[in-house]
Design a protein around this ligand. Structure first.
Ligand code: LMR
Length: 391
């Protein structure tokens, strides 16, 4: 039966890891997959994570099953991280540990499909490359709304709102909590409010993917949209990831959150969905996160590490723009200094992206999305000269 299968091309983002590893040039640069790197180009384990792991190693007494809903302490701590400890809906949010943000997105899509088989999910154009496979894989129909003006490198908010006007009650609108992937262009507080008002009027349900909390403006500031919508709307779906802000990528830590209908009912459906897919989430990463978030000193140490990661990426954004302007780019890449989070589009074409890889050993997604975290003081000049060369 497997004779019917043919080999598929590699994943557009994860496939870059192998391409980069196979390149034998010394001065190669990896701007592909969204993984934080420090000024030496390494992805270290956070100090706060190491400390939490030491404690867990000492204190962990059992490896018995955690159950489909995961670690209750983690679930509580993640609800507080997303909403803040004084949020009026904190007690109403059903929040369940999942294997990463991907797990959260898929479980949410399965729940949506179960609740209303005809509901569509509207995603931004463009959106993260894995959103559609993850969500459509649950059998939900995906539609798109315009988001980014590639010419001006900014959000095309009027067209976005015109499209959202057409979204019927009961459909879902996927929004990026902060650090929009792939554009780096985020909604302002006023724009969040306008979308919230439209949702209240027309009845579509916001579905907020938050994978970079802390990488935009700070832990609380980056949850602005989530907190606003959960305060003002009856139903909101959340997908949270701890991959980037805790650096726990391979541990697969995330959570799905649902506001609306009783917590017990929603959790019972999530538990049955989870049981039917992966039975229960892995324990280690969530235990680490919960240890950090529930210990004041560890939490402070973690916040300061997140601040450092954000600060380094921001400084690379500014440095890149300064360097290419000094080389004669005449403002063509200025948007990169104004955007935030891990990614921005360079705005070069696929042929130029291919030349960056072939001629210069510099790898990025073929849409010209770069991960700014891959840049540092040592490779910045190489990158900027290559960029100027291909354009
Ligand atoms: C990315 O967009 O590069 C990251 O979110 C990693 C991934 O899984 O795609």
């Amino acid at each position: 039966m497997f004779n019917n299968l043919s080999t598929l091309p590699p994943d557009p983002i994860l496939g870059l890891i192998a391409q980069f590893n196979n390149d034998l040039r010394d001065r190669k640069i990896d701007l592909g997959v969204g993984v934080y790197r420090d000024s030496k180009g390494e992805t270290p384990i956070l100090e706060s994570v190491k400390l939490a792991e030491k404690r867990i190693l000492e204190s962990e007494r059992s490896k018995a099953y955690v159950g489909p809903l995961g670690n209750a302490e983690f679930n509580r701590a993640m609800a507080v991280l997303a909403l803040g400890k004084h949020h009026p809906q904190l007690e109403s949010l059903a929040l369940v540990q999942t294997p990463g943000g991907c797990g959260a997105l898929r479980v949410a899509a399965e729940l949506i499909k179960r609740a209303d088989a005809n509901a569509c999910i509207w995603v931004s154009d463009p959106t993260w490359g894995n959103h559609v496979p993850l969500l459509a894989g649950a059998g939900v129909t995906i539609k798109t709304y315009p988001y980014y003006d590639f010419k001006n490198h900014s959000i095309c908010f009027d067209s976005m709102m015109d499209a959202l006007q057409q979204v019927p009650a009961g459909d879902l609108v996927l929004l990026h909590g902060c650090c929009h992937n792939p554009t780096g262009a985020d909604l302002s507080p006023a724009q969040w409010q306008a979308i919230t008002n439209l949702s209240a009027e027309n009845g579509f349900v916001p579905f907020i993917d938050s994978a970079y909390q802390g990488f935009g403006n700070g832990i609380a500031a980056d949850a602005y949209g989530i907190r606003l919508m959960c305060e003002q709307l009856p139903e909101v779906v959340l997908a949270l990831s701890c991959s980037k802000n805790f650096g726990l990528y391979r541990e697969r830590v995330g959570a799905v959150g649902v506001l609306g209908k009783g917590k017990a009912t929603v959790s019972s459906h999530i538990a049955s969905i989870v049981r039917g897919i992966y039975s229960m989430p892995p324990s280690h990463g969530a235990t680490v996160v919960s240890e950090i978030l529930t210990d004041e000193a560890l939490r402070r140490a973690w916040v300061s590490e997140v601040d450092q990661m954000r600060g380094r990426i921001d400084s690379m954004r500014k440095k890149l723009v300064e360097e290419v302007n000094a080389l004669g780019a005449a403002g063509r890449f200025d948007h990169i200094a104004q955007q935030q989070g891990m990614f921005s589009f360079l705005g070069i074409n696929k042929g130029q992206v291919a030349r960056m890889a072939e001629d210069h050993g510099i790898y990025m997604v073929d849409t010209s999305r770069i991960s700014l975290a891959g840049l540092n003081e040592s490779n910045m000049q190489t990158f900027c000269s290559a960029l100027m060369n291909v354009i």
